[in-house]
Design a protein around this ligand. Structure first.
Ligand code: G3P
Ligand code: MG
Length: 377
């Protein structure tokens, strides 16, 4: 699974420097970056924390590149040394899903086939993308034919053909992972729908059980249906454009709408069986907390500082539905208190009344850190 390369000493504290018992978790889009542009006070804030040896991690629903690549990118954009041990992104937890590593997985989303390479680096051995399927069988989704030249630049041969007449040798998808925001929603919805309604993931087949109203759930969502994982629930996110943009949650809702229509229509439709990770869900915060504790321990060992424990984490975010909700609802088994701080530089804007209330609302990430450090001193 994904392993953190040996740490380079990014936050080398002075000898026997005390490491505070509080830390920060920063959302990225709308807090530190807008698109690929750093927000004004992002560099100043992270540099200050590093100078004060106050531990922090970056916790994003974004993704699409391997952690090491994204971290190098963030280090240059924010002009602050960021280590992979300080970084958790949407699909990072997929790296630990070892039971699927030897199976055939469909990886959806992201630019070109970058997410394929992330999955391969995580240890998944057989990775198929919708672009591979379209390139091999353009008629599978006729409306993406104009994009075939784009797909042909990175499509890989399929590990098996789509041959419904001989299911035993036909391409079989064992699980579907949406790693990042899909670029070609039409193709991706079509392919995922084909997998979900197939006989046990065998592409080109249609499960005879599906639609059989005598079965539970009107015959849909059979136990032989390949599992579907989404890495990021965000319906909206703060990109460069001044208004929030649809995120991976928008794609999920579009797929869910098609699924409801296919399985019985608006009133009859069957709920799309899926697993969604990312903020605001507990597994992501547990994963982030473990990462933060480990990072703080490394700082302690480097500084030979007095132990102390991590008592409080200030979660600084721009999206009430993910960052704030997640921190407000997270009950740490370690007893760490997560304090939500909402900024006005992303999805949420000054003057809006957020449905999900933060512990504190400030304008920028710098104000968030100032408020928290004041509170701690
Ligand atoms: O795709 C990225 C978007 O969903 C939000 O990312 O950094 O605000 O959690 P972030
Ligand atoms: Mg954000």
């Amino acid at each position: 699974s994904y392993r953190i390369p040996p740490r380079r000493f990014f936050q080398k504290p002075a000898a026997s420097q005390r490491i505070p018992e509080f830390a920060f978790a920063f959302d990225i889009d709308g807090v530190l970056l807008r698109g690929s542009d750093p927000l004004p006070k992002a560099h100043k804030t992270l540099s200050y924390l590093q100078s004060q040896r106050i531990p922090f991690i970056l916790l994003t629903n974004g993704g699409g590149k391997h952690e090491s690549e994204r971290v190098a990118d963030l280090t240059s954009k924010l002009d602050v040394p960021i280590d992979v041990s300080m970084f958790v992104q949407s699909h990072t937890p997929f790296a630990d899903m070892d039971s699927y590593k030897s199976k055939t997985v469909l990886v959806v989303g992201g630019d070109e086939d970058k997410c394929r390479h992330v999955a391969l680096r995580y240890g998944f051995q057989t990775v198929v993308t919708p672009g591979d399927i379209l390139s091999a069988y353009p008629e599978v989704w006729p409306f993406s034919k104009p994009f075939l030249p784009y797909y042909s630049t990175f499509a890989q041969p399929l590990p098996a053909p789509i041959s419904p007449s001989s299911p035993s040798t036909s391409l079989k998808i064992d699980a579907v992972f949406v790693y990042n925001d899909p670029r070609d929603w039409g193709l991706d919805i079509q392919i995922i729908k084909d997998v979900l309604l197939s006989q046990s993931g065998i592409l080109g087949t249609l499960s005879s059980k599906n639609g059989n109203k005598s079965l539970p759930n009107k015959g849909y969502q059979q136990d032989d249906q390949p599992p579907l994982y989404f890495s990021n629930p965000d319906l909206l996110w703060a990109a460069t454009y001044h208004l929030p943009r649809l995120g991976q949650g928008g794609f999920r809702e579009a797929l869910g709408g098609v699924w409801a229509a296919l399985t019985g229509g608006p009133n009859e439709g069957v709920e799309l069986k899926k697993t969604v990770i990312g903020k605001p869900y507990k597994p992501t915060y547990e994963f982030a907390e473990k990462r933060l504790v480990k990072h703080r321990e490394e700082l302690l060992s480097e500084s030979r500082g007095r132990e102390g424990v991590l008592k409080r984490v200030y979660m600084v975010g721009d999206n009430p539905a993910s960052d704030i909700a997640g921190a407000n609802n997270y009950r740490s088994e370690m007893g760490t208190d997560w304090v939500s701080v909402l900024v006005q530089t992303g999805v949420h804007k000054a003057g809006e009344e957020p449905k999900i209330k933060p512990k504190m609302e400030v304008e920028t990430v710098w104000d968030a850190v100032n408020w928290a450090v004041e509170k701690e001193n």
